[in-house]
Design a binder for this molecule. Sequence first.
Ligand SMILES: [Fe+2]
Ligand SMILES: [Fe+2]
Length: 208
Amino acid sequence: MGYTDREQKIIDHAYKKVRALFEAYPAPAHGLDHAERVAHWAKQIAIAEGEDVFMSELSAIMHDVGRASEFHDNPEKKRHHELSYDLLRVWFREDEVLKSLPDEAKMEILYGVRWHWNDVADDYMSAIILRDADKLDVFGQSGIKRLQEFCAFHPTLDIDTDLRFRYHCYYFVRTPKARGLIEKHKMMEPIDAYFQQRNRSAIVPCEL
Ligand SMILES: [Fe+2]
Ligand SMILES: [Fe+2]
């Protein structure tokens, strides 16, 4: 699989832009490392499923750009998906490289990014692949590390609730390739072990 020169230029430019954004405004558990892992998984899933690799990778690298402003500049207290959507609309209008994308491609990316929290937003296969790739990064050791990092940063979040959310994510993984990656890399084992450990240690003797 290879990109055309034009596609490669757009992909490289998007990575550069996302990197610069998160270097200026780091986002706990949702910054550059996360975006790059999600883009990597999205590419692998799209290749295996015979879907649009370019659209899947491009959506994935840009999906959480709203995390940069979420805790710095968010007077309306919008959720990060909406902030990502807002920022991408600006980039699609003003950025010299990204504005060259066809309108249909822009609309597809905006849809996938805006609804990446929504497990029934299925208008495009790239949106489903983005969600699967994003989910893979909540599993495994990196998923535990991210959970702890985000809950430490965000005191209103609860580790046990966030841990339970991992099982919701597992249920809604859609593509065979993503399911295969979870099995291959035994991504649920650290989640199961952490879940068992936290819940078992919470049980204290009852008293009459
Ligand atoms: Fe997100
Ligand atoms: Fe994400």
